[in-house]
Design a protein around this ligand. Structure first.
Ligand SMILES: CC(C)(COP(=O)(O)OP(=O)(O)OC[C@H]1O[C@@H](n2cnc3c(N)ncnc32)[C@H](O)[C@@H]1OP(=O)(O)O)[C@@H](O)C(=O)NCCC(=O)NCCS
Length: 455
């Protein structure tokens, strides 16, 4: 398996991007890597990050843990050293953080450059600071050798302009328990409560297996499960409200885990809402058993699961299809930086030949590429010279050809949307007659891509 640690060292040490540094310096702003050896500098960065997402300032006694959680990452800040008297010049006016993780793709996995905590203080918004930081991170990712970058978003209007495309959707599923008679099979294992102290390790171990079954999912960082479960803040009110269950196989092995909390109905005690904070499972039996458990908790009228795969089988496991309402939202946004390496990292449903012309305003993915997929579903992708006539005699017959932009390529990459849909939406460029159908037959996946967490 891929070892994140080598990439992590390379990423966290690489210098911030010179182009963005110069662009921001013209506006009197200092763009730099955060000195992670200094507690005071880390605290100021954390303060800016929390402020950017409207989160309360963290309790003082949580700072050592929070510092440790980010110390190994690539932290960037932008400082306005000319801030007027009274402002805190040590607190950055903008932040980002990046780290390497691993993205599951059909037939395998590849290293991904994860970007998060993109914030710009409202006092400095609208001046191109976020653009400088995001473009800087993409250049850093590309020069560190990453074929792909990814992020989850607060607004879906932000990142298309940088060549990110929504690649894995999420389903928000709401089920009326009174109508949802269980019709699915009964798993052989057992659902048991677990204590919060055990939850991070158990959830992390189950997810580590589950994520490899789901293109679009990612590996998680060291502190992730302690933070998601709340085990790092056991006294917080939100943590104390959580319940944790694990599905154990007959031999005791945990293969599924779910976390939830209940909200009272204002008037009727038997009408609680159960909100699922996480449901991760390494087998269909485990996922089914956990769904069945969640739908049978007493005094609950509604179960809400906000981050499920769009092809979650749950509607086929209950007696009334309309007991479940499903809303689909964009969730995992990907950015292809190296077209041959990204396309060669996944497998394809059928053999075929394609010529892709990718347009990319930032340059990373731009070019003409030939793609040949063999009978085993493995692709060989080569960059072609730009002028089509120069390749007229090339060995690899181009087959069908399609022009598209980097955003469309990212959205097609995991099979999360079909070329047919993008073509009907006018999102693809000029193409040969059979190109859409060929792309869809090749890129199709049995399972819809899904990212099971936020990052
Ligand atoms: C979103 C945010 C980072 C933008 O920062 P900013 O420095 O004001 O953005 P920029 O001035 O660099 O704008 C870059 C581009 O994004 C656009 N943009 C900025 N905010 C936008 C928004 N909320 N919705 C849509 N487009 C937006 C700008 O119009 C500009 O477009 P262009 O360069 O194509 O002309 C900032 O408002 C913020 O911190 N928001 C709260 C935290 C957050 O949600 N962060 C995103 C996490 S995923």
């Amino acid at each position: 398996m891929h070892d994140d640690r080598d990439d992590n060292n390379a990423v966290s040490r690489s210098v911030p991007d010179g182009t963005s540094a110069a662009r921001l310096a013209e506006r009197g702003l200092r763009y730099a890597l955060v000195d992670t050896a200094s507690d005071a500098v880390l605290d100021a960065w954390l303060q800016a990050d929390r402020r950017g997402f409207h989160a309360p300032a963290p309790p003082a006694d949580s700072m050592p843990r929070r510092r440790d959680a980010i110390r190994g990452l690539r932290l960037i800040g932008v400082w306005d050293d000319a801030a007027p008297a009274g402002a805190r010049p040590d607190v950055p006016i903008a932040t980002t953080v990046s780290w390497p993780n691993e993205l599951t793709v059909p037939g395998g996995a590849l290293p991904m450059y994860a970007i998060s905590s993109v914030t710009v203080a409202p006092t400095h918004s609208g001046r191109g600071i976020a653009r400088a930081m995001v473009e800087g991170e993409l250049r850093a990712a590309s020069s560190a050798g990453f074929a792909i970058a990814g992020l989850t978003v607060s607004e879906s209007t932000l990142y298309g302009r940088y060549g990110f495309g929504p690649a894995a959707m999420a389903a928000e599923i709401t089920i009326e328990t009174g109508r949802a008679r269980w019709t699915g099979p009964e798993g052989p294992g057992t659902v048991v409560f677990v204590d919060i102290n055990e939850a991070p390790a158990l959830f992390g171990a189950v997810h580590e297996r589950a994520r490899l079954l789901s293109p679009g999912d990612v590996s998680t960082r060291g502190d992730f499960w302690a933070s998601l479960t709340g085990a790092d803040e056991p006294d917080a009110e939100s943590t104390r409200a959580r319940r944790f269950v694990v599905y154990r196989e007959p031999d005791g092995e945990p293969t599924g885990a779910a976390m939830y909390h209940l909200t009272k109905h204002p008037d009727v005690f038997s009408k609680h809402t159960l909100e699922v904070g996480c449901l991760t499972a390494a087998s269909d039996a485990a996922a089914g058993a956990l769904w069945r458990y969640l739908l049978s908790v007493p005094l609950v009228q509604t179960v809400k699961a906000p981050l499920r795969p769009v092809d979650d089988p749950v509607r086929w496991l209950i007696g009334d299809f309309r007991a479940a309402a499903v809303t689909v939202v964009d969730h995992h946004w990907l950015r292809i930086l190296d077209v041959p390496r990204a396309l060669e990292s996944r497998t394809y449903a059928v053999p075929g030949r394609l010529e892709l012309v990718v347009r990319d305003a930032l340059g990373f993915a731009a070019g003409r590429f030939s793609m040949i997929v063999d009978d085993a579903g493995r692709a060989v992708v080569a960059r072609l010279a730009d002028a089509p006539e120069r390749d007229a005699g090339a060995d690899a017959s181009p087959g069908e050809h399609m022009e598209l932009d980097a955003q469309a390529l990212a959205s097609l990459y995991l099979g999360g949307v079909s070329a047919d849909v993008l073509a009907r939406a006018g999102r693809l460029g000029p193409r040969s007659r059979g190109a859409v159908e060929t792309v869809d037959r090749m890129f199709r996946t049995a399972r819809a891509p899904w990212l099971s967490t936020w990052y």
